[in-house]
Design a binder for this molecule. Structure first.
Ligand code: ATP
Ligand code: LTN
Length: 331
């Protein structure tokens, strides 16, 4: 039987947070041996928000190194940069003609980002989910591991694929989301009702994968909690619940087990333990990323190989699409 296909991506739009790690990349690592995996660096998505060009280029390479440092094996997976494979933009154009403006306007991420950048509500921002659908559908993907914030984009991907198949005949496989319950949403340390985001303006709200031990400890110490000093998860205690989620995700235990461990202990001890646990996981990843970034040629070779691999598969789907919609391809 043919191996199932798994696809995911992250944007090189800032320093990755522990939310990206737990909600996405760690699962990619765990799944890489069971599936044919494509892991992209979504630079075309990143420019829907203003990026400094030199920084974007640098962050792209940093992200490639980070994927590998987190445990993604480039010999097992196709690791590549989205803009290097032109089929993404080309398929997105065709899919645009099957997507309604109204449904894009209703996307939560579009609404959030429009509020955040009212001076730059560009067409790309609105079209973001269509490009994401193109990413996924080009590879005839079965499974898409993402954090819960991306669920709506996966639903629209399936809708668009089904619409295309209905109109032009069976072309795309309909992908399923893979959203693990634990860690699907890590929240901000300063505003625990909202998602931790790499583009948050308050640096204390997010723990970055690049933060050193002292910074990690300080951020957890300052994390917003409540005043009852009792380490249990509940809806009325979003700050403590978030810290328990983070702790259990990094310790690979359940929230109940974590609660038990901190029975009778106060927030001070708890926050120190969360900080140490996270810092212990981050240290070897940081060291490995640094080592990889020292060898730019090695990274360039991996991304080139990834691009060639991705191009081969993507082109097959795109040719089929062009044929089905009636584009002239010569006699
Ligand atoms: P930004 O906030 O800059 O728009 P982002 O932090 O959401 O970006 P992406 O690169 O768009 O990051 O997402 C990469 C992956 O990380 C996605 O699968 C997303 O669902 C997941 N992810 C992002 N933030 C979190 C979080 N706080 N908790 C769990 N998963 C997350
Ligand atoms: N929008 C995504 C990043 C992304 C993605 C994808 C994820 C771009 N293309 C394809 C999964 C599949 C996000 O996670 N914020």
């Amino acid at each position: 039987m043919e191996e199932k296909v798994l696809y995911s991506a992250a944007q090189p739009s800032g320093n990755l947070t522990i939310g990206n790690y737990i909600g996405a990349i760690r699962n990619w690592v765990n799944l890489q041996h069971e599936f044919t995996c494509y892991y992209a660096i979504a630079d075309m998505h990143a420019i829907t928000v203003r990026q400094d060009p030199a920084q974007l280029r640098h962050r792209t390479l940093e992200l490639a190194a980070l994927y590998i440092a987190c445990g993604i094996d480039p010999a097992q997976c196709t690791l590549y940069v989205q803009s290097n494979v032109s089929a993404h933009a080309e398929l997105a154009w065709v899919l645009n003609t099957l997507t309604y403006v109204g449904e894009m306007e209703r996307m939560t991420q579009f609404k959030d980002k429009s509020l955040k950048h009212p001076e730059n509500v560009n067409m790309g921002l609105m079209d973001y989910p269509v490009l994401m659908a193109a990413d996924i559908l080009l590879y005839q993907t079965d499974l898409v591991p993402v954090g819960i914030d991306q669920r709506q984009h996966l639903e629209i991907t399936r809708d668009i694929a089904a619409r295309f198949n209905n109109r032009y005949g069976e072309t795309f496989r309909l992908p399923e989301g893979y959203i693990v319950k634990e860690g699907a949403k890590i929240n901000s340390l300063q505003d625990p009702l909202h998602k931790m985001s790499k583009s948050d303006e308050n640096p204390n709200a997010s723990v970055y994968l690049s933060d050193d031990r002292d910074t990690v400890m300080r951020k957890f110490k300052r994390a917003v909690t409540d005043s009852d000093n009792c380490v249990v998860a509940s809806e009325e205690k979003p700050g403590v619940t978030n810290l328990l989620n983070i702790y259990s995700a990094f310790k690979n235990c359940t929230v109940a087990e974590a609660e038990k461990q901190f029975e009778g202990k106060g927030y001070g001890d708890f926050k120190t333990a969360v900080g140490e646990t996270v810092a212990d996981v981050l240290a070897p990843i940081q060291a490995e990323q640094k080592r990889l970034l020292a060898d730019k040629q090695y990274l360039a070779d991996i991304l080139k190989r990834g691009e060639e691999n991705a191009f081969r598969t993507a082109r097959k789907t795109l040719s089929k699409v062009y044929r089905k919609v009636g584009f002239y391809r010569g006699e």
